[in-house]
Design a protein around this ligand. Structure first.
Ligand code: NAD
Length: 272
């Protein structure tokens, strides 16, 4: 451990991503676990964060007092719930630190709160923190631009584990936004999120979503561009949550010397 290591707080430390973040930070240089936070009433309060993550004790007890944890920290890594992330962004703004938000399923109102917090905090938010998916977004934008709506239909298919609570996934929406951007249209006005019953023929120019849930799948995404007599499929498979955790740590290190503002993984990865 060195004095220049970036001091990071993991919120939601007992969750699937929280535990992965603790293990990832522990195994990386240039960063250290400064504090670990869980929701009030969690059975994990007071337990050692490393032990919960399967590392053995690391001397960091899980707390339910985020403000105390943020005061002397440099960054917060947050894969929790929309309401928790909104609260954490206000605290990160107060402490004027980096807030990396991986939480998905956020409303437009939540997004407005993050943008307000970004006047003082350095916020990096993305529905997917992996290099592969962000590159897939760039490729999707190019493909959607090249293969126009008169002849090509775009469908986005995703599958995740059975515990996931929001749909379509943040990544599917990120890919939908990329496709909409490639076609210079609004995703909100052109997306078809569900189909059921007698739907009629597919309206040209729409971007369709299909959601599968089951088992322990970490994340499968395909963007299908379907034309007359041919089909192009761009896809990504996540087989290990550490890809998101490494992306989140990379984002925190990148944002360390940036001005307050609202950034995405495309900025971090130089793909914007
Ligand atoms: P999870 O349910 O396993 O973990 C969430 C944790 O947050 C839980 O331990 C919960 O107790 C904790 N939490 C909730 N409210 C809290 C609060 N107020 N204070 C402190 N802790 C609180 O879920 P998960 O699978 O780890 O996913 C979490 C989120 O991250 C989801 O929105 C998921 O879609 C998203 N996710 C994003 C990416 C990405 O790359 N952006 C990747 C994977 C998951």
């Amino acid at each position: 451990m060195s004095g220049t290591d970036m001091k990071l707080v993991v919120v939601g430390a007992a969750g699937r991503m929280g535990q992965t973040l603790i293990r990832t930070i522990h195994g990386m240089g240039g960063v250290r676990v400064f504090a670990a936070v869980e929701r009030s009433g969690s059975a994990y309060i007071g337990r050692d964060a490393g032990e919960i993550a399967g590392l053995g004790p690391i001397g960091i007890s899980i707390t339910d007092q985020p403000l105390e944890a943020f005061v002397d920290a440099e960054g917060v890594l947050d894969f929790t719930s929309p309401s928790a992330s909104v609260d954490f962004s206000a605290l990160a703004a107060q402490a004027r630190i980096v807030h990396v938000i991986g939480t998905t399923g956020c409303s437009d109102e939540d997004e407005a709160r993050f943008k307000a917090a970004a006047r003082h905090a350095r916020i990096v938010k993305s529905g997917n923190m992996s290099l592969g998916v962000n590159l897939l977004g760039v490729l999707t934008q190019q493909a959607a631009r090249a293969l126009g709506p008169a002849d090509w239909d775009i469908e986005i298919l995703e599958m995740h584990h059975k515990h996931k609570v929001d749909a379509p996934s943040g990544t599917a929406l990120l890919l939908g936004e990329a496709a909409a951007m490639g076609r210079a249209v609004s995703l909100t006005e052109n997306s078809v999120r569900v189909r059921d019953g007698h739907t009629g023929a597919r309206p040209a120019g729409t971007i369709g979503f299909a959601t599968l849930r089951g088992g322990s799948v970490i994340g499968e995404h395909s963007v299908i561009l379907a034309g007359e007599g041919e089909q192009v499929t761009l896809s990504h498979s996540a087989t290990d949550r550490s890809i998101f955790a490494r992306g989140a740590v990379t984002a925190a290190l990148w944002a360390r010397d940036k001005k307050p503002g609202f950034y995405s993984m495309l900025d971090v990865l130089g793909l914007s």
